[in-house]
Design a protein around this ligand. Structure first.
Ligand code: SIN
Ligand code: MN
Length: 210
């Protein structure tokens, strides 16, 4: 089962303001296998619609796997050991842990696999990932399904940004000087992939939390 994933990335990856983007890292078979893993995850921990601390409904739907899931609600942004329903999160599938090992080589295991599901009209505003204790650990982000216009800025608010279309099977790593880079998704390109029968995009984000 593990064989379906590529060995360590052969090519160095693109550099988008310090974020490393491995384009086409996963072939179609690997994408389909990971999609099965995501389906099992969301059967155990259904996608829900988070609200921001100010009460605005986010346009993405979320779930997670691992010891901790990142959640947002009226009480704030944080990691929680339980799905909002009260159930524990499922384990992170082995294949996804294997991807982390191969791509990052980081000696710690990710404790959260966040699942973001974007319908074609969903987006995500510029933000930093900074609710984790070990900021030496990189963040790995995987795209499945429709293309997403991914924007990266600086490690402080404002200033220049650059963007790039992430496609199904692409992997982005926020590490080193870009670990705290502002990033977000401006829009989804409807109909750009046939991986998901009803369209849309799945993003998996792996993080060490503690
Ligand atoms: C995120 O930053 O949580 C998601 C990024 C993405 O969807 O590519
Ligand atoms: Mn993020």
């Amino acid at each position: 089962m593990q064989k379906i994933l590529p060995e360590k990335p052969e090519k160095p990856g693109l550099n988008l303001r310090g974020v490393t983007i491995y384009q086409d890292l996963l072939d179609r078979a690997a994408q389909e296998a990971l999609l099965e893993d995501v389906r099992a995850m969301v059967r155990a921990a259904p996608l829900y619609s988070p609200v921001t601390p100010s009460g605005r409904k986010m346009s993405v739907r979320m779930s997670a796997a691992g010891q901790y899931g990142w959640i947002s609600d009226r009480r704030g942004y944080r990691y929680s050991s339980h799905h909002p329903s009260g159930a524990p999160w499922p384990d992170i599938p082995q294949r996804i842990l294997g991807l982390w090992e191969r791509v990052t080589g980081y000696p710690r295991t990710p404790e959260c696999c966040l699942v973001n599901f974007y319908t074609v009209d969903a987006r995500m505003g510029l933000h930093q990932d900074r609710d984790e204790a070990d900021l030496n650990a990189p963040v790995l982000s995987l795209s499945l399904g429709d293309d997403a216009l991914f924007r990266v800025g600086n490690t402080t608010r404002g200033g220049k940004t650059e963007s790039l279309w992430l496609r199904s099977g692409d992997v982005a790593v926020l590490g080193g000087s870009a670990r705290l880079a502002y990033h977000g998704v401006d829009r989804i390109r409807a109909g750009s992939s046939d991986l998901l029968r009803d369209g849309g995009r799945i993003n998996l984000t792996l993080r060490v939390v503690t």
